[in-house]
Structure formats: C-alpha cells, structure tokens
Design a protein around this ligand. Structure first.
Ligand code: HEM
Length: 132
C-alpha cells in the first residue's frame, strides 16, 4: 500500500526556503525536487505548483505519453481522501407538505353545501326587494 499524505502535509513541501517540492497530480503525490532543473517546461512552472494540485496544469500543458510515464519515477504516495463531515447535510427525511390553513379553508368552502355566512344578508335584502 502506498504512503498516504494529508493535503496540509503536501502543502508544506512547496519547494520554497530549501524545502522539497511536492506536487499532486490526479490524487498522486510526486516529489519533483530533483527534477526541477531537468523539467523541459522549466523549473519555475513546477515551483509554481509546489505543494499544490497540478492536475489541470499538467493536462493542459499537453504532455506526451512519455511524460505521463515519467510521472511514476517521482511518485512518493497518494493524497488521503478527504472525508468531509456530512452529518449536517444528510437530513434526507422527505419533506412532508402540510396543507396550509388557506388550503384547508378552501376545501371546507368547496365541500360545504351550505353557503357562507355572508349569503344571509343577501337573502334578506332580496326578500325586501321582492315586496316592492
Ligand atoms: C512530475 C511532473 C511532470 C513531469 C514528469 C513533466 C514532464 C515533462 C516532459 C517530459 C516534458 C517534455 C515534453 C513532453 O514529453 O511532453 C514537459 C514539458 C512541459 N511541461 Fe512538464 N512535467 C511535469 C509537470 C508539469 C507541470 C505541473 C506543468 C505546469 C504547467 C508542466 C508544464 C510543462 C510545459 C508547459 C511543457 C512544455 C515545454 C515546451 O514544450 O517548451 N509540467 N514536461
């Protein structure tokens, strides 16, 4: 099993102040300290990614398959999979939609055969009009 490194451990080895230069490419950790001066793309490019994830930059530089194969010569381990705490976000209980007071009110009004109270004054008034 290969050595596992925390992201913070890798970040410390950024090639600055005489420290080793480690980079991450596709979850693997590479020590490129000895390769810095030999890199055809230049030392500065590698140092720019010292202690960081260079996966995207490595891909975008359009490296040859030989360069890809070369990678294994510098591999020192793998990045430890980050286990982000999910306890706060795993409330998967289905959301129960409770009918609102308005909805309940609507149902009552629709199903009730008796007209609402405000119909009463209408009856009275229409009775009064009929008499005339
Ligand atoms: C362990 C990591 C790396 C290895 C082993 C490596 C290896 C190589 C090799 C063998 C070449 C010659 C061309 C080829 O065969 O593709 C090359 C070129 C190049 N590399 Fe890297 N490389 C590494 C990391 C990086 C990183 C992180 C960058 C960041 C941008 C980078 C940028 C470049 C560029 C721009 C060239 C082209 C140089 C030119 O054509 O003038 N490389 N690299």
């Amino acid at each position: 099993m290969s050595q596992l490194y925390e992201l913070s451990e890798v970040a410390e080895q950024n090639g600055k102040k005489g420290k080793p230069c480690w980079i991450i490419i596709k979850g693997n950790v590479y020590d490129v300290t000895k390769f810095l001066s030999e890199h055809p793309g230049g030392e500065d490019l590698l140092l720019e990614y010292g202690g960081k994830d260079a996966s995207k930059a490595f891909r975008q530089a359009g490296h040859s398959s030989d360069a890809e194969k070369d990678l294994k010569n510098f591999k020192i381990g793998e990045l430890r999979a980050t286990t982000t705490p999910t306890t706060t976000t795993t409330t998967t209980a289905p959301i129960q939609v409770q009918p609102t007071l308005k909805d309940q009110d609507k149902e009552k009004r629709v199903s009730s055969p008796v007209p609402a109270d405000d119909a009463e004054p209408m009856k009275k008034s229409s009775g009064f009009l009929c008499c005339c």
